[in-house]
Design a protein around this ligand. Structure first.
Ligand code: ATR
Length: 287
């Protein structure tokens, strides 16, 4: 990388930010496409988020990503928000417009959809009900993606039911029925499902296992996990062994970066085997 007088700037604001794989992702693409740009980690404390975001146009930044804990707070600061991101209640991508305004979106929705398309091209919204485990920010984006895809029945299940209920209310949609079930019922919910997605942190290195009994799940269903450390969670290994198609969590992370990269640096980037391998190396180095 060579910094010139014209180098385009973007980055990610978080607190902490050092865990983020986004710099590895975007700088891989910048190198691959020979773009005169740089993507930097920006450690921004919550009480300085507004000052930092407002400084982007003044500093000549093209925009930024947002990670923990800024995704919700930033929504109230930017000038305009894509409607789906507003319904979800969180943004992760900010673009500085030509007139210095901040426009924002939630590209996790796009990331989940594109990764699903990549890894399970045969899946479609008519494959059967979707079961979503968890009710954090990732679950919100994934429910939104399933609604956009046209899934007519979404079954939500979370340890804390009230959080799942809140998603069902916030994302209520005329074409998709969203029901909430008790955590203890999760295995039975898999009956007849076309896709099941784990959005909880269970199964991640250092966390307890999800321990989901897949007996009731049709063999034709897709099993997706957003956990990517480890890449092969017990959920995915079990699903693969019984013949289900699996979708791992790394792809969603990579695909969600595409819209921001294109907006800031002017080139639509691709998710390739080489990119996956390069980002995976940074994950194993961090362990
Ligand atoms: P994110 O925004 O990244 O999705 P989050 O808001 O911390 O993260 O959500 C983590 C999810 O994992 C939640 O659904 C959480 O359940 P609660 O809402 O009940 O907290 C779920 N989770 C974490 N640890 C869990 C555990 N031991 N058992 C069941 N669910 C768990």
């Amino acid at each position: 990388m060579r910094i010139t007088g014209r180098t385009r700037l973007a980055g990610i604001m978080g607190s902490p930010v050092s865990h983020s794989r986004s710099p590895a992702l975007h700088n891989f693409w910048l190198d691959e496409y020979g773009v005169d740009g740089v993507y930097v980690p920006l450690a921004v404390a919550p009480d300085r988020l507004e000052t930092a975001l407002r400084a982007l146009p003044a500093l000549g930044f093209r925009g930024c990503n947002l990670t923990i804990p800024h995704k919700q707070a930033a929504l109230a600061i930017v000038d305009s928000v894509e409607p789906m991101a507003r319904r979800i209640g969180a943004i992760n991508t900010v673009v500085v417009t030509a007139d210095g305004k901040l426009t924002a979106s939630n590209t996790d929705v796009f990331g989940f959809r594109e990764n699903l398309r990549d890894c399970a091209p045969d899946w479609n919204a008519h494959a059967g009900p979707a079961v979503v485990l968890g009710a954090g920010g990732a679950a919100r984006a994934i429910v939104a993606a399933l609604i956009q895809e046209g899934v007519s029945e979404i079954r939500l299940v979370n340890r804390t039911s009230a959080r799942a209920q809140a998603i069902a209310e916030d994302l209520a949609d005329a074409k998709s029925a969203i029901s909430v079930a008790a955590w203890a019922k999760r295995a039975a919910l898999l009956e007849g499902a076309g896709i099941v997605v784990n959005t909880t942190s269970l199964g991640m290195t250092g966390e307890p296992d999800l321990g989901l009994d897949l007996a009731a799940l049709p063999k034709t269903a897709v099993v997706a996990d957003i956990v990517y450390v480890p890449l092969d969670t017990t959920l995915l290994t079990t699903a693969r062994t019984r013949g289900n198609r699996v979708v791992d969590g790394l792809g969603m992370l990579l695909h969600q970066g595409r819209p921001g990269f294109e907006a800031w640096f002017g080139t639509p980037p691709r998710v390739t085997r080489e990119l996956r391998a390069s980002v995976l190396t940074t994950l194993s180095a961090a362990r």
